[in-house]
Design a binder for this molecule. Structure first.
Ligand code: SAH
Ligand code: SF4
Ligand code: F3S
Length: 497
């Protein structure tokens, strides 16, 4: 077997394409041959499973990885009892890392049952040298490790992995290269994330993302629009534009364009009915964006506007570049201009030096803004970030007590906000059948809340009018209605039958 592979390697060295993505398509072919051989030997197809930890960016990367693996001949599945398992990791907080180490123990047990199983690790956590050291030493059963900058090289790395017995490790410190146009397998046929930029330049003092995702790089607008046109032609009705700070999109392009201008272009694409985006940094949110949102018929009535802290003193230490007053003024302006907007946020509790007074400032902003929901996080020390070496780390019991108080407040405001649309008719994108109640489906409202109502699976992927009949705290119950003389739900992008 080794002989065959060695010959293979010699043969291919002569004619590997240097250009991407041709090079990866070349290795996809090569891997496909090896997978076929193994399938023949085993007398069954090979399966793969990509598990995503972390944010939307990682979820999008996982779709790319799964697409490449399917092209190679693996059958994607949900469970980890597979022939190839890849963990796409997150390292934003320490508990994200601990979860991966914990799950690796489980994978080891699976590999003992199926020694042919291959295990790959990629994503943000792999960009940290201390993690690689630990895996090299204590998790020898891992076969393949790569980072955030070279996921497009999966086929090439997998080929190396299949051809030898050693752990294959390929981590890049950064890249200027953006390689797209490789296969991807969407999780949902009717909605999709679209990367508009990569990396982050903000260096918030607590955050590891700029170190593991590299410098900010915007994709060319034409490429983005072309991708969305292709998605629309393929039945996608909702796109989510992705970036760590979408409001600074386009600033570094050769021909600069603003995020608001990009949104205007996306709006023009037929078939796309809903546009969302993640994440907005308050410091870069322009009046132009508010105006475009206000005038748009497709941009959803939801804005995630991370606060992090309500204390101007802490915000300065966090390097967020806005203060409490500026944030409140911005939130107020958005709520005035777009009254039906649903605002959500991220908040960190227990940043080094946070006093009770600082914390009360955060509570004050929460009460003033009245978020529809908020993700609350306990500060996690990330080695290498400026905040990690700050003095006055807040004791655990104090942080926990503040966290509980904040969570209670956030939940009670969210529950009261959820009731405000009761009785109205809103459009919902049906995302799936309700697992818990037979004969029911689940739809997502423009404001990002979910609604459960009677319907069958053939509604999935359609946008239908729903009357919201009952608020359940953070979701609604409803019933489908017929509006504007429309007798049946529209199924955008499909011919009338
Ligand atoms: N780019 C996005 C956030 C990406 S990380 C933005 O700036 O809004 C998602 C969230 O994780 C952040 O908004 C922050 O609230 C939280 N977070 C990041 N680093 C953290 C840390 N060290 N400890 C606790 N929470 C953290
Ligand atoms: Fe992290 Fe700040 Fe960049 Fe968001 S904007 S990814 S919080 S450094
Ligand atoms: Fe986590 Fe990386 Fe996203 S650290 S939050 S998966 S960018």
């Amino acid at each position: 077997m080794t002989d065959i592979i060695d010959k293979n390697i010699q043969n291919i060295l002569a004619n590997i394409p240097a250009e991407e993505p041709a090079r990866q398509y070349y290795f996809i072919e090569k891997c496909r041959d090896l997978v076929k051989e193994e399938q023949k030997r085993l007398g069954r197809p090979l399966s793969c499973c990509v598990v995503t930890f972390g944010c939307q960016m990682n979820a999008k990367d996982s779709e790319k990885l799964t697409g490449i693996l399917r092209e190679i001949g693996y059958q994607p599945q949900e469970g980890e009892e597979a022939d190839l398992v890849i963990y796409n990791t997150c390292t934003v907080r320490d508990n994200a890392n601990q979860r991966v180490y914990g799950r690796l123990g489980y994978l080891h047990a699976l590999k003992k049952k199926n020694p042919r199983m291959r295990i790959g690790l990629c994503g943000c956590m792999m960009q940290e040298p201390s993690v690689i050291e630990k895996i090299r030493k204590s998790y020898r059963f891992v076969d393949l490790i790569f980072g955030t900058h070279n996921i497009f090289r999966l086929a090439e790395l997998l080929y190396r992995c299949m051809a030898g017995n050693d752990m294959v490790i390929d981590i890049w410190e950064g890249t200027e290269e953006i390689v797209e146009d490789l296969p991807a397998l969407r999780k949902f046929p009717f909605k999709s994330g679209v990367n508009i930029m990569y990396g982050c330049n903000n260096f918030c003092s607590y955050c590891i993302v700029p170190y593991v995702r590299g410098r900010e790089r915007s994709r060319n607008p034409e490429e983005i629009l072309e991708e969305i046109r292709r998605l629309a032609a393929d039945g996608v009705v909702e796109v989510m534009l992705l970036g760590q700070n979408v409001n600074s999109y386009g600033k570094t392009l050769e021909y600069p364009i603003t995020f608001a201008q990009l949104l205007r272009e996306v709006e023009k694409i037929d078939g796309i009915q809903r546009i969302r985006f993640m994440t907005s940094h308050p410091k870069d949110l322009s009046d132009e964006l508010i105006q475009v949102m206000k005038e748009s018929e497709k941009i959803c009535r939801h804005l995630h506007l991370p606060l992090q802290s309500g204390s101007s003193r802490i915000l300065k230490l966090m390097n967020r570049k806005y203060d409490k007053e500026q944030y409140l003024a911005l939130a107020g302006k958005i709520q005035r201009e777009i009254p039906e907007i649903s605002l959500t946020t991220d908040i960190i509790v227990g940043f080094p030096g946070e006093t009770e007074e600082d914390f009360l400032e955060t509570m004050d902003v929460v009460q003033k803004v009245q978020y529809d929901s908020a993700f609350t996080f306990i500060y996690s020390k990330r080695t290498g970030t400026p905040a990690a070496s700050m003095e006055n780390q807040v004791p655990e019991n104090v942080v926990k007590e503040r966290f509980d108080r904040l969570l209670k407040e956030v939940q009670s405001i969210a529950a009261s906000r959820c009731g405000r649309d009761c009785g109205t008719v809103q459009t919902a994108l049906v995302e799936g059948v309700d697992e818990k109640q037979e004969g029911m489906v689940t739809g997502r409202l423009s404001n990002n809340l979910m609604v459960h109502f009677q319907g069958s699976s053939d509604l999935i992927g359609t946008i239908v009018p729903v009357r919201l009949t009952e608020a359940k705290g953070f979701y609604y119950m409803g019933e489908m209605t017929v509006s504007d003389g429309q007798a049946s739900p529209e199924r955008p992008g499909q011919d009338q039958i």
